[in-house]
Design a protein around this ligand. Structure first.
Ligand SMILES: Cc1cc2nc3c(=O)[nH]c(=O)nc-3n(C[C@H](O)[C@H](O)[C@H](O)COP(=O)(O)OP(=O)(O)OC[C@H]3O[C@@H](n4cnc5c(N)ncnc54)[C@H](O)[C@@H]3O)c2cc1C
Length: 509
């Protein structure tokens, strides 16, 4: 009988869950360890006044990524979760009167933009949407789904046409500058520049290629019935059904490396687990900082890119009035440049924050709501959680500025402070060690940043990487793709080196 290869996955974030599932399907004996008590990692929930809120990702896109993952496991995504498309992608506000909705339908958005900013910008939007789509289509297979893309590999195979396509997507321009070609109204430039923050980056430093996120969102945003966390639960249930074992509340303290290859892990309890391969779903900076042992620091060379954004978030139950909330709402600051200068250069909470508000009880049918509702709010913040904990006063004053902006845009939220929970960069730093609270891996600043992310195969034999800090990048679907790439790499390496290198370690089990 052929011995099944044993794989340990460190972390049950989206990347870890997808890797574990696909490795089990590939015939491995898989155990997932997570120091948290449930699956999902950043896709987490908090209970406020007896009600559960999503306090991580709220915008679900690229559903085809998960349809593929469930199909490869012999089932259907819809058998596990119920998805409903949103009609209004997001409602945007700058003041009590300046408001704009974006829709999945280009013509509907162009019409709204025409009324908001004039016919030239409506035409600009249609042209921009086409370019965002071209960017996405150019990069989907050559970059997003590729195991180890390089600037050269992007054009290889497609010859001159590939080069022309690549040139057309302006890899060297910043997103902010590229948007100037399409929009005269600075508010529209700000609206579409915000997509850089989905990668935790400043639009003033991020490459224009990030406009592909605008296409991804226009291609569809879905609500998951019961909340985003259901997706993590669905992946966990499916992985269990395919034989994966999960051990929660169990931190991995060390990834053992002997003779340049991984031999197993040591848990915080001191228990040692021997295995043939390890997939690390922790942030890559945790590995580089030695938080998983000295041996694992050699797994990667991290570029010196700035860490991506952190956040201050509030989850609350409150009564809203004065502004008809959609599911996703963005209230913009009046000086976008100053906001990112505060965060990335000043390393302080923004003096004038842009505020994202998710009205978690709202869907297309709930235009007005008289009962207290679940509200999740997010303000971008610097990832200084390891070095400087913003004190209570700083967080309160940030909250005051955020609620002040909502008020100026017409939205009042009445709530009992006991029914609100804030999460700060230092809280995120504790939840995701080694990150300083940065939530999206390294920032995508400069054209080369996207190629500097570590890929699935680390420098250590038998140690693989998956998650938002790894290629192709952050976001729920991207982390899932990285999990698939890691599993594929493990399986392919195992096939090419069939002999088990597993070592028996003293004290090992
Ligand atoms: C507030 C917020 C809002 C976001 N909004 C969106 C959005 O709307 N749409 C979107 O697509 N994306 C969004 N994102 C990004 C998205 O959530 C992440 O990119 C993605 O979930 C990251 O998954 P991951 O695979 O990197 O794992 P992570 O979520 O980073 O999970 C890693 C896991 O590893 C565990 N771990 C770490 N160290 C150890 C150890 N030593 N031993 C055991 N376990 C360990 C952690 O406990 C954690 O569970 C948001 C993120 C945040 C925080």
């Amino acid at each position: 009988m052929v011995e099944r290869k044993r794989v340990v996955v460190v972390g049950a974030g989206i990347g870890g869950l997808v890797s574990a599932l696909q490795l089990a399907i590939g015939g491995c004996e898989v155990t997932v360890f997570d120091k948290a008590c449930e699956p999902g990692g950043k896709m987490r929930t908090l209970e406020v006044a007896g009600r559960k809120l999503d306090v991580g990702p709220t915008v679900f896109t690229m559903r085809w990524v998960f349809e593929d993952i469930f199909a490869k496991a012999g089932t259907a995504l819809e058998s596990f979760i119920t998805l409903k498309p949103v009609d209004v992608l997001a409602r945007h506000a700058w003041s009590e009167t300046a408001r704009l909705d974006l829709f999945a339908d280009i013509a509907k958005s162009a019409d709204a933009i025409g009324k908001f900013a004039g016919a030239a910008d409506a035409r600009g939007y249609v042209a921009f949407s086409k370019r965002a789509q071209t960017t996405y289509e150019t990069l989907k297979n050559s970059y997003l789904l590729a195991a180890k893309p390089t600037p050269l590999s992007l054009t290889a195979g497609a010859g001159l046409r590939g080069f022309a396509d690549l040139w057309r997507i302006s890899p060297f321009a910043t997103l902010w500058n590229a948007l100037g070609d399409y929009f005269r109204d600075p508010r529209l430039r700000q609206l579409f520049a915000r997509y850089a923050t989905y990668c935790g980056s400043s639009p003033f430093e991020a490459p224009a290629t990030l406009m592909l996120i605008a296409h991804v969102e226009r291609d569809g945003v879905w609500m998951i019935e019961g909340g985003m966390h259901r997706l993590a639960e669905a992946l966990e249930n499916l992985a269990r059904a395919r034989g994966v074992a999960f051990r929660y509340g169990t931190a991995v303290e060390e990834i053992s490396v002997h003779g340049g290859r991984t031999t197993g892990v040591t848990l915080s309890s001191g228990e040692r687990i021997e295995c043939d391969a390890v997939v690390s779903n922790t942030d890559t900076r945790a590995l580089a900082a030695g938080l998983l042992g000295v041996g694992a620091t050699k797994a990667l060379n991290l570029s010196n890119s700035a860490p991506s954004l952190s956040a201050v978030t509030w989850a609350l139950i409150g009564k809203t009035s004065g502004f008809s909330l959609a599911r996703h709402n963005v209230f913009f600051s009046h000086d976008y440049k100053a906001e990112f200068d505060d965060i990335f250069f000043g390393k302080r909470l923004p003096g004038n924050p842009t505020v994202y508000v998710c009205a978690e009880d709202r869907d297309a049918k709930s235009a007005s709501m008289t009962e207290p509702e679940r509200i999740f709010m997010l303000v971008n913040a610097p990832a200084t959680g390891d070095a400087h904990a913003f004190d209570k006063l700083e967080i309160e004053s940030c909250a005051k500025r955020a609620f002040g902006l909502l008020q100026r845009c017409g939205l009042s939220i009445e709530f009992d402070p006991n029914m609100a929970a804030a999460t700060t960069p230092s809280d995120f730093a504790k939840l995701f060690p080694g990150t300083g609270g940065s939530l999206y891996g390294p920032a995508s600043h400069g054209w080369a940043a996207s190629f500097a992310r570590p890929t699935a195969k680390s420098h250590i034999e038998g140690l693989y990487l998956a998650g938002g800090s790894v290629h192709p990048g952050p976001g729920v679907p991207m982390a899932a793709i990285s999990g698939s790439l890691a599993a594929a790499q493990v399986l392919s390496d195992m096939r090419s080196t069939p002999r088990s290198h597993r070592m028996v370690m003293p004290g090992g089990i």
